[in-house]
Design a protein around this ligand. Sequence first.
Ligand SMILES: NC(=O)c1ccc[n+]([C@@H]2O[C@H](COP(=O)([O-])OP(=O)(O)OC[C@H]3O[C@@H](n4cnc5c(N)ncnc54)[C@H](O)[C@@H]3O)[C@@H](O)[C@H]2O)c1
Length: 413
Amino acid sequence: MCDPAEHQKTTHLRHPRLTISLLHSSVCLTSVYLKSLRELWAILAHSRSFLQPCCFVCITTNITMLFRNSVRASSRVLLRPQAARMAPASALHTTRILSNAHDKKTPLAAGSFARTDDSITVEYPEDHELPSSVPVQGRGGLHMKRTLASFSLEGKVGVVTGGARGLGLVMGQGMVISGANLAIVDMNKEEAEKQAAELVEVFRKENPGSARVPKVTAHYADVSDADSVQGCISSIIAEHGKIDSLVTSAGFTENFDAINYPIDRMRKLWNVNVDGTYLFAITVAKHLMERKAPGSMVFIGSMSGSIVNIPQPQAPYNAAKAAVRHMAASLAVEWAHAGIRVNCISPGYMLTALTEKILDDNPELKKQWTSLIPQGKMGQPVDLMGPVTFLLSDASQYVTGADLRVDGGYTVT
Ligand SMILES: NC(=O)c1ccc[n+]([C@@H]2O[C@H](COP(=O)([O-])OP(=O)(O)OC[C@H]3O[C@@H](n4cnc5c(N)ncnc54)[C@H](O)[C@@H]3O)[C@@H](O)[C@H]2O)c1
């Protein structure tokens, strides 16, 4: 037989208009209660003189309870987080948003909007399921606008890990546009090779007849494996002769509540995000010190290293990104004597091909995220081109150990 409570819940989810009218009714009900309460209090105040004191207390307690329950009932409808109200994701198998799990566990209370929702689970997709990124068009042509020469990366060789896709690819392109040669490092070498060729192609198209075409190469590495990292750095030096700058963008996030987080997945997440950053940084620093050359590194952290995202639970990722941020500060101090600067960029919610796919399937989650961003929109990967170029260039000579948040103001509210 159909459970009426369950039926009402699913009807809510399927019919937004019905949900709005129910919200409206609950608000009206509350105001009717408030009006009747005011009248009741007035009658009670009059009758106080002839009622027994215990009788008076009993009546007022019952009225107060009635009022509290009615307000709770209506606010429960109003305050239920959007993620808990949204329909389950259907297209991407890696996203599971169990819309009614919250209702079954605990009734919502004050603070609901500032809490994580254990029913949200998002697994990082398998490599073959990841969408390909498209290089940015129309940003790389010659221009005659005046700008500081110190922003140029001309003559430098940059490395970007996780550079075959998403933010890494766009930041790598920003380095190429700013004059650097580039080594794209990724576990997906095929995609890295394809994108290396694309970057050169876009550059040629936007700079016809250019005397100098940047050298962009693709290299395999599993950033979490020390031998793989060492082999990769050797292959980059063999092709480019040196390395001046490093951007560590290889990393990923997943969503499970902490108690049910599969331990092997948690270890993998820390291996890639934390160990991977560390291994690349120390191997490049060793090379720079051997050359007695200055260098600049940018670790890609996340605003999650400073705040706790809601509603999706992701404690290990948040902790990993906090580690990345503080690793940048610690290595900045340790390597300052060698002229090696280390900074962190902490992006907020960025619209990459991957996040776009997840959010297309869950428009309510996107609404909730953007409602928390002062600029009222998610960032575009291209928004990172300027910040990364600044931190790798001589324009930021005196900036080291910093965390540059690129988050539309999310973390200052
Ligand atoms: N997208 C966002 O909204 C966002 C926000 C804040 C921070 N970040 C961080 O930015 C970085 C890039 O994120 P993205 O959205 O571009 O991700 P993405 O999944 O689009 O790209 C990550 C790339 O890293 C590669 N990679 C993964 N594991 C690897 C490994 N072990 N060795 C080598 N390469 C590996 C993948 O093949 C992929 O090409 C990550 O560190 C992420 O945590 C992303």
